[in-house]
Ligand binder design. Sequence first.
Ligand code: HEC
Ligand code: HEC
Length: 221
Amino acid sequence: MRAFSLICLSTFGLCVAAGTLNARAETAPTASLAPYEAVLAKRDALKPASAFDTITDRNARSLALYAEAAKVITHPRCVNCHPVDNVPRQGAMMKVHSPPMTGAVDGHGPAGQRCSTCHGSENFEVGGDRIQSIPGNPKWALAPKSMAWQGKTPGEICRQIKDPARNGGKDLEALRHHMAEDELVGWGWNPGKGRAPAPGDQATFGGLIKAWIDTGAACPA
Ligand code: HEC
Ligand code: HEC
């Protein structure tokens, strides 16, 4: 049983749906998460690249490393900002952004309603049971359509992120660096109160990407 109410701060043009959960069976650390986020948080941990050393066939090892890294790449924390239609998504269920929002021309939103109107340089706790925080990062913006991952198979995303024509002109080393070091990518593991982080941590993820590239960056069908 849930009850939702809408809190609107007219000065910011900002509405936040605050919900109350009557039944909470979860135990810490998922107790504070909304139900679908709690499901996400319980997914498998991320294996390090070394867990795949026993696979002797180079191509098979590369495919296994990518499959592990794809646990992160297909996670809502990433996909919510890599949509097909220039419309950001929210939450574990990847619902259309509320209030209505588009990346507009440069990924930063339309004039007068830029992402930075509501998304600051750090996560901002607002309280409430459903929405507990507003995400924040200095680079907060929507990925362009050429980098859309939403609704695509891991194989399709794999070929796309390797393609400089669609990945912002990156060679494999630049792609690895972005995955391993970019602070906006890093937000996926520091998503603010009420959101499940992406599996593992950015260093482990970066290690998987490096090992995947070192073994030929194979893509599944
Ligand atoms: C707040 C929105 C946002 C989130 C969250 C986000 N990204 Fe992105 N991503 C972007 C934007 C904007 C770009 C394009 C600008 C750039 O390259 O820095 C981008 C580009 C990329 C690229 C460049 C190549 C390509 O083809 O996509 C990769 C790789 C990437 N993101 C990985 C990730 C991963 C992995 C996660 C989750 C752990 C993630 N991103 C989460 C906004 C986001
Ligand atoms: C009018 C205020 C407002 C504006 C403008 C706005 N957002 Fe949001 N956004 C929010 C609020 C509030 C939340 C938290 C709600 C939630 O998590 O369900 C949020 C959550 C998100 C999330 C969810 C992250 C996740 O993984 O759950 C993404 C992605 C996002 N915004 C992207 C953007 C992008 C990109 C822009 C600019 C193109 C933008 N937003 C502009 C208010 C806004």
